[in-house]
Design a protein around this ligand. Structure first.
Ligand code: 3HC
Length: 316
């Protein structure tokens, strides 16, 4: 092993964060670009199913909170795109990968949001799953990613609570509202536990990512933690988790749960979920229609730069 690679390994083993200026093995860089850019794409595609409900939120308070939440997701996308850029990929390249289907984004955002209760279920379950995955990422080995995750996680915790509070209000409301909440749980439970990715024995990247301390837990470990907590939270809501095989296992100290429909997961990941085409089309349209804003911002930045250079020259 050459000196640079040895130094890198030592840093990883001693929990010293890797920084953008450091030497990195090519595959470490590629893995991070793949994961961080997919994560960033998930944040901005994730704005779509919820943005769909801003104008239909049932009160001004709900509208303001949902609007703030969707704006937070845009901010998360920006921190993450910036973290990925430190690894030598441009924003335009990442966008192109999203628009051409080369880069993935989370499977969960390819499901439709058909009732207000879905805003509750997404906040509670989807943001809940995101936190489960992302709190350990605050200790991921690449510094710019880890630091971005600290702020993201603070905001995601608020999102999870706003979702749970919607579910609590609905499940303590009228019979129709309780049914809406149960229906949302029925539709979002399984896709949420799929979010953690394929099982460990079918996950091509997990073992190496854990060795590099990019991932702190495996997909199955995080999924199990999420199920254990989610089932208890559903009890507080008085709702039933849609899994007839769910059972507390005294020996393991965990809930056993039913078989996940991995065919459905891969079908969605490959672009054939209920909303994949619509989501990518909407993102492309937003990118095309935002071109004039990017052009204007670039022209303004260039002009300022030229003016600053001119005044430096004059001063000299
Ligand atoms: N949706 C879509 N694709 C998925 C997926 C999912 N839920 N889970 C796994 N995959 C893809 C992987 O990207 C990989 O494809 P690739 O080789 O083309 O990149 C393939 O399936 C095999 O999966 P692996 O488990 O081997 O891949 P990873 O080691 O990258 O693990 C991961 C997948 C757990 C999602 C990991 O990438 C990760 O932790 N990412 C960061 C967190 C993230 O992206 N979260 C998105 C959640 S949504 C969100 O944060 C928005 C918030 O507002 C709710």
């Amino acid at each position: 092993m050459d000196t640079l690679a040895k130094h890198f390994e030592e840093k990883i083993n001693n929990e010293v964060t890797i920084e953008a200026k450091d030497w990195l093995p090519d595959n470490y860089r590629k893995t991070l670009i793949r994961q961080i850019s997919q994560h960033a794409h998930s944040e901005i595609v994730g704005m779509l199913p919820e943005g769909n409900w801003i104008t239909r939120a049932p009160s001004l308070r709900r509208k303001a909170v949902l609007l703030a939440k969707v704006q937070d997701e845009a901010g998360h996308g920006l921190y993450l795109y910036s973290a990925a850029e430190t690894l030598g990929i441009s924003r335009d390249e990442m966008m192109d990968q999203l628009h051409t289907g080369k880069a993935k984004y989370s499977s969960i955002f390819n499901y439709p949001t058909i009732s207000w209760a879905d805003m509750g279920a997404i906040g509670w379950l989807v943001d809940g799953a995101a936190i489960m995955n992302q709190v350990p990422l605050c200790r991921t080995s690449y510094g710019p990613y880890a630091r971005a995750m600290v702020r993201v996680c603070k905001e995601e915790s608020f999102h999870q609570r706003q979702g749970f509070e919607i579910m609590l209000t609905l499940s303590n409301g009228s019979e129709v509202q309780r049914k809406m909440a149960q229906d949302a749980l029925n539709r979002w439970w399984w896709p949420s536990i799929m979010m953690f990715g394929p099982p460990d024995d079918n996950s091509p990247h997990t073992a190496q990512s854990v060795r590099w301390r990019i991932k702190r837990f495996t997909n199955d470990e995080l999924r199990q933690k999420f199920v254990d907590i989610g089932v208890e939270q559903a009890k507080i809501l008085g709702l039933e988790v849609p899994d007839k095989d769910l059972k507390w296992n005294e020996e393991r100290g965990h809930y056993d749960f039913g078989v996940i429909n991995w065919d459905e997961f891969w079908n969605v990941v490959k672009g054939n979920g209920p909303c994949n085409k619509q989501r990518v089309e909407t993102r492309k349209k937003a990118w095309d229609e935002g071109k004039w804003v990017r052009d204007a911002a670039t022209a303004y930045a260039e002009k300022r730069k030229a003016r600053a250079a001119e005044s430096t020259m004059k001063a000299a």
